[in-house]
Design a protein around this ligand. Sequence first.
Ligand SMILES: Cc1ncc(COP(=O)(O)O)c(C=O)c1O
Length: 424
Amino acid sequence: MGGHERVAALAAGLAGERVDHRFKGLPPDADGLTVGELAAQRRGLFDGGFTTPVLVLSEAALGHNLDLLERYAQEHGLSFAPHGKTSMAPQLFARQLERGAWGITVAVPHQARVCREFGVSRIFLANEVVDPAALRWIGGQLDADPDLTFVTYVDSVRGVELMDTALREAGTRRALDVVVELAAGEGARTGARTEADCAAVAEAVAGAPSLRLVGVAGYEGEVPDADPGRVAAWLRRLVALAAGLDAAGRFGSAEEIVISAGGSAWFDVVAEVLAEVPALSRPVRKLLRSGAYVTHDDDHYRRITPFNRVPEEGSLEPAFRLWAQVVSRPSPTQAFLNAGKRDAAYDLGLPSVRAVRGGDAAGLTVTALSDQHTWLSVPPDHPLAVGDWVALGLSHPCTTFDKWPLIPVTAPDATVTDYIRTFF
Ligand SMILES: Cc1ncc(COP(=O)(O)O)c(C=O)c1O
């Protein structure tokens, strides 16, 4: 069994886990059942014993988003390594790989460990790794599995030296593949600031026997004052950097040259500019890394999605709903729900009221979040009452997934058909 089948089989094993107090929102009377047994009961979200607050994922929205971005990547000649830190959900990794994703992107070695535990054989770690313990582990993985492809960033000569020392001290036999990270501009996040800095890093890699330069990468989501023109200009710098390093013979023994960019805000511009990559000395793998698309959201990503610019190519659907209950209606204009910062993402804006079960959501506005309460402003004559179930839309995906270790997946009629396990 190879590739995505193995990941799918290992992720399917999560259905054997026992339901208990670790998983908030799940029915207390399901304690002791396995996740698979509970899923087979196909309980209703509203009458199946679930407790509020409870986060759910729409199966239809999830399937739609997974299909759409895989198709988008294929149609634009891009390989896809969706960012796994969004969900940290091996069941979703499996579905992304099943649909043709090349591999999974992660941000830190721990996330790569989760991927390896679930059989992912191509990992793109979009960060520099400089701690010897993590490098020892990566080296061990490379030596133990000849089929493993593991690529990580380098953005400084010192980083290259630390990596090379750690890998050599660990006795790693296979070289670790690295890509030079080009910063998205002055004042942006990580990444070597100039082409000259990148060339110096590439030279350092050439002198580091434990490393092999296979490409260039960066994150256009960090371009300062981003607009389509600035993002395209930075992407052209990235492509030119790859061509320059190639002309200088820096990709030595690499079988292919990786050029990687792309989150969920600018993949249209990434597709457009990477379509212009000139012929290089060997095949080019244009690697897109979008992650947030998988659930999309109700605010930040809804506003910035590339599909607003190219509506003819499709649209993503928000997949999360956080159901909470009114636990207090102390004045005509106030109500409080029992979900708070421990349940809802709030780093990119407050949740929004999307529905009231059996009622009317018009005029209900979230004004603040406490640790365990949502503050609602209510029109004075609104019938909202203690006990009502209210659905919140959230933004953004990473900081939603990270609050929920086991998430019910719902059909349109609110039957819970599956459960998605996340790791932090
Ligand atoms: C380096 C890098 N690549 C890709 C992504 C994925 O972007 P998005 O979350 O918009 O899908 C991120 C997100 O933070 C990132 O930091």
